[in-house]
Each structure stands twice: as C-alpha cells, then as structure tokens.
Design a protein around this ligand. Structure first.
Ligand SMILES: Nc1ncnc2c1ncn2[C@@H]1O[C@H](COP(=O)(O)OP(=O)(O)OP(=O)(O)O)[C@@H](O)[C@H]1O
Ligand SMILES: [Mg+2]
Length: 433
C-alpha cells in the first residue's frame, strides 16, 4: 500500500511479513456486465456492440452500469476503484458479493466462482471471507459501540465472552479503546466510521470491501482515517477493494487503481502509471493537476546499500569497507541486517584513534538517530530529509531491515525528469491541450 505514514521510520518495529499467496490473483473478475432494465440480455448482442451507455439507454431503455469489466487483485493488495458519480463503482463492489446479481461474467475469489455459488455457500462466504464498510456507517442506534462492533461475530454464533474479548482488541486497534459502552449518537462521524471499521475487522475477513467509507467525513478527519487505514494495513495485510471518487485518496491508498468511466474500466495501473502514463484523454484530464512528488516513491530511486558494517566489527574494518565503497559513510546493521545507524568516515577515524575495538562499544560513534525512510516514502517527504544531510538516506522495510539507500543526486535527477514529464503532459499520449 502507498503510505503517508511518518516519512521517516522513527520507531520501526519488526512485524510479520505479508502472507504470500503465490502468484495467482486472489480476486479475478472477467467480462463482468451489469445492465439494469428489461432488455438487459440484448445489450451484449452483436448489433449493439460498440454503442455507448447513452445510446443503449435510448435504443433499449437499459442502463449499462458495468461493461466488460476485467481486473485481478492480489492477496494483500489495496485495489482502488475510482470514478465519478454514476460510473458504476458501487454496482461493481456489490456484484463482487452478489448483493447485485451480475448480468454476465465471472468473479473468482480464492479459486471459487462466486457467480456459481449456491445460496448457502454464498451466505457462508459473505460471513466469513468478506466484510463491507459503507459511507453511511449503518450502526444500530440502540446498540453500544461494543455490541455494534460485535455484530458479525454474533451472527456467526460466537459466544458472548469470546466475542467481547475479540471486539475489545479490535476497538483498541482502531483507536476506540474506552468507548465500548457509548452509543453511536454520542460519537463523531469519524469515530462512527471507526466503529464501522471495527465491525468489519472483528470477523477477521480476508477481503475488505470499502465503498466510499470516508466520503462523508470532514477533510481533516478524512485524512486521519486514510492514515489509520494505511497503518492498519501494514499490520493486517488484508485484500482491500476500496471505492472512491477522490483521486488524491485513490493515489494515497491504492497499490493499484482502476479508473472507471461509464461502467467500463478506462485504465488500471499503479498511482505512478495513472499519473505519468495516462492511456487516454479521460484519464489524462483526471490526473493533470497531480503533483508528481506526492506519488513518486523512494523505491523508484533507491540503490543497494554500498557499505554496511556490523556493530561488532572494528573501526579499521569499517574504514576499509567505506573506502572500498567510494563513499563517506557506512550503515551499521546487526546480524539480521536490521538498521542501527550511520557511521561516517570521520567517526570511524576517531574511533580508531581512541582504540575502540567494536564500533558498537558505547555507540557514541554511530549516529543512531540518523533515521531511515521506507520504500514507499514519497518524494515530497524525502526532499526535506535529503536537504538535512550530506550523506545518502538509508531505506528500511517494515521489519527495519536495511534494503537500500538514496543518493541526493538520484533524487534531484528524478525530480527534474518528472517535472519534464509533467510539462509534456505525461508521456505525450494523453495530449491535454
Ligand atoms: N437499481 C438500479 N436500477 C437502475 N439503474 C441503476 C440501479 N443502480 C444503479 N443504477 C445505475 O447504474 C449506474 C452506476 O451506478 P452506481 O451506483 O454503481 O455508480 P457509482 O459510481 O457508485 O456512483 P456514486 O459515486 O454516485 O456512488 C448509474 O447510471 C445508475 O443510475
Ligand atoms: Mg456509489
């Protein structure tokens, strides 16, 4: 997931890595159509091929909500569906669990074709595998926060003590610890949406379907909720299909984004693809005002760490490593490659003069507050970090393992390139006059 968490990894905690589901997509949608109206089956007939939505409405009186939608979502991915009002987003997300019956097409989730499921299997699938979060929280006014969030477990028949224990954990996770006994009317919109999120998370679903969950919130609260979701996702690694009509929200949250236009997918790609390489004029117009620094990330320009030394090594070995790397400093790591700090050439020399045997002895030579960034730290967050130092910037993953370094020259070059790309209107294919 793209991240707007703190750009520098000030307190990276080791955490389990995402469960790998192999290469097969977890959700796979093929040739999905949804047409409202009595002439629905005729829409895909050869004589109507190529007609647009308004023509179909005029000729057949049918509303094409989805036309030939195809996409895959990987396990643990945040897939954002973005489009203007009426473009078919809600229809799509509802079709995924057959709250709306698709007209035709295939929806495979974890190897099971949803469109062929019996009612019983479908109910079971909805209860155990998937949870939805809506714009309107749909909380029950006469139930406490605790009982609202416990709803899904109640329908699964989980006993009271077990479900309350689980719900308390999840409420804590979404920042609502202490509010268990309150009623929805006593909460702000943002807090009510946290209850909605908790209600979805308690059943530990594989998939979260989120239909404009933050659209009703004030801008500041909305940003907080987006950050919250990003934070949660670094821990939970759910497969998320997130609907929004807000491009900035899409770019911030999406690993990949599908742009919908009149029920069809106009383009699917990473935030960078969508902004730098719009495939048609429609997408190009959407994205023309996006500042590229807000979507370009450290991963794009980082290189392998040039000089690493281990804490138990001596200054002489460190100096040797630094000299061989042609740089001015080395990253200090532990035996598991966790980042510990930066050792400059001058500190290493001083340590040598003082007769220090191990560079982790006393630690005063290692700049342990020289903070790393993450691969998904964006350029606009990197720039101030780069300005504050003469050395490269270390990059760590979420386990605090050193995975790369960024040179200021590479950052400057990439910024120059992206500004040139913006000036030309992407790569030129989307030619916005
Ligand atoms: N039950 C229905 N009967 C007829 N037409 C429908 C029905 N539901 C949706 N539509 C039509 O399908 C199209 C897609 O609607 P949908 O609600 O999926 O759009 P959306 O992208 O979610 O829009 P919004 O951003 O306003 O929520 C629209 O043209 C809408 O009028
Ligand atoms: Mg909608």
């Amino acid at each position: 997931m793209a991240s707007s968490r703190n750009p520098v990894a000030d307190n990276p905690q080791p955490s389990p890595s995402p469960s790998s589901g192999g290469d097969a997509p977890y959700i796979s949608v093929r040739a999905l159509w949804k047409v409202f109206g009595k002439n629905a089956p005729q829409v895909t007939a050869p004589e109507n091929e190529g007609k647009d939505k308004s023509q179909i409405l005029a000729d057949l009186g049918a509303v094409v909500a989805l036309q030939d939608v195809n996409f895959d979502v990987a396990r643990g991915e945040t897939f954002v569906v973005m489009g203007l009002s009426g473009s078919g987003k809600s229809t799509l997300v509802r079709c995924l669990i057959r709250l709306i019956e698709p007209t035709s097409g295939e929806i495979v989730v974890g190897g099971d074709d949803i469109t062929r499921m019996t009612d019983k299997d479908l109910t079971d699938f909805r209860r155990r595998k998937i949870a939805m979060v809506f714009q309107h929280y749909g909380l029950m006014p006469h139930r406490t926060v605790l009982d609202n969030a416990a709803w899904g477990l109640e329908t699964q028949g989980v006993d009271r003590d077990t479900r309350y224990q689980r719900v308390r954990e999840v409420l804590e996770l979404v920042g609502l610890g202490g509010w268990e006994d309150s009623y929805p009317r006593q909460l702000s919109g943002g807090m009510q949406q946290r209850v909605g999120l908790a209600r979805a998370l308690v059943v530990d679903p594989d998939i979260l379907l989120m239909d404009e969950p933050f659209s009703g919130l004030d801008p500041l609260i909305r940003r907080q909720m987006q950050d919250e979701l990003l934070r949660l996702q670094t821990e939970l690694h759910k497969t998320i299909v997130f609907i929004t009509h807000d491009l900035n929200e899409a770019l911030k949250l999406g690993d990949r984004i599908a742009i919908m236009h009149d029920g069809a997918v106009a383009q699917i790609g990473s935030p960078e693809d969508i902004v730098l390489r719009p495939e048609d004029e429609y997408v190009g117009e959407f994205t023309q005002d996006v500042r590229l620094e807000t979507i370009m990330t450290a991963a794009k320009i980082m290189v392998a760490p040039k000089a690493t030394v281990m804490g138990h090594q001596g200054p002489r070995a460190a100096l040797h490593t630094i000299a061989a790397s042609d740089g001015d400093a080395a990253w200090v790591v532990d035996r598991q490659e966790h980042y510990l700090g930066m050792l400059s050439i001058s500190s290493a020399q001083k340590a040598l003069q003082l007769g220090v045997r191990r560079i982790d002895e006393g630690w005063e030579h290692v700049e342990s507050n020289y903070l790393p960034v993450f691969p998904d730290t964006t350029f606009d967050q990197l720039i101030p970090v780069a300005m504050g130092s003469d050395y490269p910037i270390p990059v760590v993953n979420e386990n605090n393992t050193l995975v790369g370094e960024i040179h200021r020259s590479a950052l400057a070059e990439a910024i120059a390139e992206t500004s040139a790309a913006t000036a030309n209107g992407g790569d030129g294919t989307a030619g916005i006059p």
